[in-house]
Design a protein around this ligand. Structure first.
Ligand SMILES: NC(=O)c1ccc[n+]([C@@H]2O[C@H](COP(=O)([O-])OP(=O)(O)OC[C@H]3O[C@@H](n4cnc5c(N)ncnc54)[C@H](OP(=O)(O)O)[C@@H]3O)[C@@H](O)[C@H]2O)c1
Length: 333
C-alpha cells in the first residue's frame, strides 16, 4: 500500500464531485484532502460534509498531487494555478483541454500509454471524455493490423458540459412537459430539451468544432499515430449522463467481430456485449467504470471495415476515474 499523500481537488462541479467519489471508492491513500473552488462553502456528497476553500496560490503549499477539474481557458483553474502548484512541488493532473496538445505534457489513458506518465514535467493531461472511450476501443484492434481511418458520430450527454448544463436540460424538459416556453439556453448553444444539437464547442478549421478536433488530435497523440485519419461528428443529446459513440474503423486487413471481441476482452476496462440485442446504453453505464462495446458488425461489403457502438460514463472513465488511475500510477512509481 503506497504511503498516504496530501491531495488537492480544484473544482466541485460535475467532474470535481465525481473525483471525490472515485477517490473514496478506490480508497486512494490520502493524508490530507484539500478541496478548492472559486468560492468557499461546504459540499455535501453522499451524506458527507466536505469543506471547500476559496482557491489561492498559497493553498498548494505541501500538496503532492493536485487534480484540476475547473473551468478551462485563460481564467480557468489550471491555466491560472497549475504553475504555482508545480512550483510548490505538486504533480498536477488536469481534466481540461488547455495543456493536452502541449508536446511537453503527457496525455494519458493508463490502459494504453502508461509509460508517458514518467515523462511528465509537473503536469499530466487527462484526455477529453469522448476521446477516452473511443481510444479504449481502438487500441486493442491495433494488435490485428493498422487502423487507416475512423469515422465517428457521438451522442454526448448534458453532463459533459458541466453541472449547469444538466440543470439547464432538466429545466427545459420540465417546461416543455408542462406546455410552457422553456427559458433560453445559457450554457449550451441551443435548447437541448427534446432536441439533438450537432455542435459541441465552437466552430474551427474546416468547419469542424473544437470538440471534433479534440477527437482527431488527442487520439493521434495517445496512440502515437499521426497518420490516423479521423472523421468526427459530435452531437449533444438530451441524456443526463453517459456518452455513446457510433464508430466505424477501416483496417489494413480483414477483421471479424469475433476477432475484435477477443482482443477487447483481453483489455482491462472494456466490456463487450455479445448478441445483437444486448447493446449498452447510457442508463446502464451511469455510475460505472467500464467502457462498454456492442452492436459489432462488419461492413456489408468490406471485411476490413468494422462498425460498433461504444458507451461510457463520461464523468467516470471519461474524466474522474481516468485522472485517479493516473494518480494511482504516480503513487506506485
Ligand atoms: N463533464 C465532463 O464530462 C468532462 C469530461 C472530461 C473533461 N472535462 C473537463 O473537466 C473540467 C471540469 O468540468 P465540469 O464539467 O466539472 O465543469 P463544471 O461542472 O462547470 O464545474 C467547474 C468547477 O470549477 C470551478 N472553477 C472554475 N474556475 C475556477 C478557478 N479559476 N479556480 C478554481 N476553481 C474554478 C468552479 O468553481 P465554483 O463552483 O466556485 O464556481 C466549479 O466548481 C473542464 O475543464 C471540462 O472541460 C469535463
Amino acid at each position: 500500500m503506497p504511503r498516504p499523500v496530501a491531495l488537492c481537488v480544484v473544482g466541485v462541479g460535475a467532474v470535481g464531485r465525481e473525483l471525490l467519489k472515485v477517490l473514496r471508492q478506490r480508497k486512494f491513500p490520502i493524508k490530507q484532502l484539500t478541496v478548492l473552488a472559486r468560492s468557499a462553502r461546504t459540499l455535501t456528497l453522499d451524506g458527507e460534509t466536505i469543506p471547500v476553500q476559496a482557491v489561492s496560490e498559497e493553498a498548494f503549499a505541501g500538496q503532492a498531487i493536485v487534480l484540476f477539474a475547473g473551468t478551462e481557458g485563460e481564467k480557468g483553474a489550471a491555466v491560472t494555478y497549475a504553475p504555482a502548484a508545480i512550483r510548490a512541488g505538486a504533480i498536477c493532473i488536469d481534466n481540461g483541454a488547455d495543456f493536452r496538445m502541449d508536446p511537453k505534457v503527457p496525455l494519458v489513458v493508463p490502459e494504453i500509454n502508461p509509460e508517458a506518465i514518467g515523462r511528465h514535467q509537473g503536469l499530466i493531461a487527462n484526455p477529453n471524455c469522448s476521446t477516452i472511450q473511443m481510444v479504449m476501443a481502438l487500441h486493442p484492434l491495433r494488435q490485428k493490423g493498422k487502423i487507416r481511418r475512423v469515422t465517428v458520430a457521438t451522442y454526448q450527454a448534458a453532463s459533459g458540459a458541466g453541472a449547469q448544463a444538466v440543470e439547464e436540460l432538466k429545466t427545459q424538459t420540465q417546461a416543455l412537459l408542462e406546455g410552457k416556453t422553456p427559458p433560453p439556453p445559457r450554457v449550451m448553444p441551443q435548447p437541448l430539451g427534446f432536441n439533438v444539437v450537432p455542435q459541441i464547442g465552437s466552430f474551427g478549421e474546416q468547419g469542424y468544432t473544437t470538440e471534433e478536433w479534440k477527437l482527431v488530435r488527442e487520439t493521434r497523440k495517445i496512440l502515437s499515430d499521426d497518420t490516423l485519419q479521423i472523421v468526427p461528428t459530435v452531437v449533444r443529446v438530451p441524456v443526463l449522463n453517459g456518452h455513446s459513440e457510433a464508430v466505424t474503423v477501416e483496417m489494413d486487413r480483414p477483421i471479424t467481430p469475433a476477432q475484435a471481441a477477443a482482443l477487447w476482452k483481453k483489455m482491462p476496462g472494456l466490456e463487450v456485449a455479445e448478441g445483437n440485442d444486448r447493446y449498452p446504453m447510457p442508463t446502464g453505464a451511469d455510475g460505472r467504470d467500464p467502457v462498454y462495446i456492442g452492436r459489432v458488425r462488419q461492413a456489408p461489403d468490406d471485411p476490413k471495415t468494422l462498425t460498433f457502438w461504444v458507451v461510457a460514463d463520461n464523468l467516470r472513465k471519461g474524466a474522474a476515474l481516468n485522472a485517479v488511475q493516473i494518480a494511482e500510477a504516480l503513487l506506485k512509481s
